[in-house]
Design a protein around this ligand. Structure first.
Ligand code: NAD
Length: 255
């Protein structure tokens, strides 16, 4: 098993990509903390992992709130004794063209994606630095981090990951970003009718002509695809793979 004896915190792991990544890590032997706003759904994620023989713990956490993040990380340390892997995955989707983005919505999105990434990183780093084992930090970006996409201005995580990679290197801490294409999670399932409304086209047209238009095969990326990349970043043994962002999108964006 690739993550035997390792401890991971996955934020936003009550649903979608985070839920599957947590389950995959647990299958590879990691003890996994499911950190999410939605504690009831986090508990069900934990039950699913335990039912398949894994070790997991739910933690109520709002990644935008300093005290909530610090308390949540402290609870994980108390329960598991350390943190080797952070997956900063909690996120939401607000789609608007720039001129229609309200400052309030902009701040809400940035606070989950960027403040959340910063606060969870800051809370975990001292434990990774102090353990003598290093660590792996994985940020959930998007193809939109690389590909200019209308309605999706606030996707800006890659710079933070590169700085964490530079600062963390001497402690064996690596930082990388996963940039998925569209994955059928609740977040995307909500977005399909929204975009159909906004663009005045059918839901099938949103899927075919907007979401999957530039993929090589018209296929959605899956939670399994993304978890496989997360496992690669989490289990990679050296600083050779750090400061990178890997696109997993059926060829939508090629770098
Ligand atoms: N689904 C896709 O196609 C896709 C593609 C690229 C990137 N992403 C990114 O992947 C991440 C996960 O998306 P998903 O599709 O699994 O979404 P999802 O809606 O299924 O799950 C998101 C989870 O994050 C949690 N969350 C939201 N705000 C939070 C907060 N402040 N504190 C703690 N938890 C919070 C929610 O409760 C939920 O459990 C997001 O960052 C998203 O932007 C998704």
């Amino acid at each position: 098993m690739k993550l035997n004896g390792r401890t991971a915190i996955v934020t936003g792991a009550a649903s979608g990509l985070g839920r599957h990544i947590a389950w995959r890590f647990a299958r590879e032997g990691a003890r996994v903390a499911i950190a999410d706003l939605n504690l009831a759904a986090a508990d069900s994620s934990v039950a699913e992992i335990k039912a398949s023989g894994g070790q997991a713990l739910s933690v109520a956490m709002d990644v935008t709130a300093e005290k909530s993040v610090n308390d949540g990380v402290a609870a994980v340390i108390a329960a598991f004794g350390g943190i080797d892997i952070l997956v900063s995955n909690a996120g939401l989707q607000i789609v608007h063209s720039l001129e229609e983005f309200s400052l309030e919505e902009w701040k809400r999105l940035i606070s989950v994606h960027l403040d959340g990434a910063f606060l969870t990183t800051r809370a975990c780093l001292p434990h990774m630095y102090g353990s003598g084992r290093g660590g792996s930090i994985i940020y959930m970006g998007s193809v939109h981090s690389k590909e200019a996409s209308i309605l999706k201005a606030p996707y800006v995580l890659i710079g933070l990951a590169k700085v964490v990679a530079k600062e963390g290197a001497k402690h064996g801490v690596r930082a990388n970003v996963i940039c998925p294409g569209f994955v059928r999670t609740p977040l995307v399932d909500r977005q399909i009718p929204e975009q159909a409304n906004l663009l005045g086209i059918s839901e099938q047209a949103v899927i075919r002509d907007v979401m999957l238009k530039d993929t090589v095969d018209g296929q959605f990326t899956t939670v399994e695809d993304v978890a496989e990349v997360a496992l690669l970043f989490a289990s990679f043994p050296s600083n050779a793979l750090t400061g990178q962002s890997l696109v997993v999108s059926h060829g939508w964006h090629m770098q």
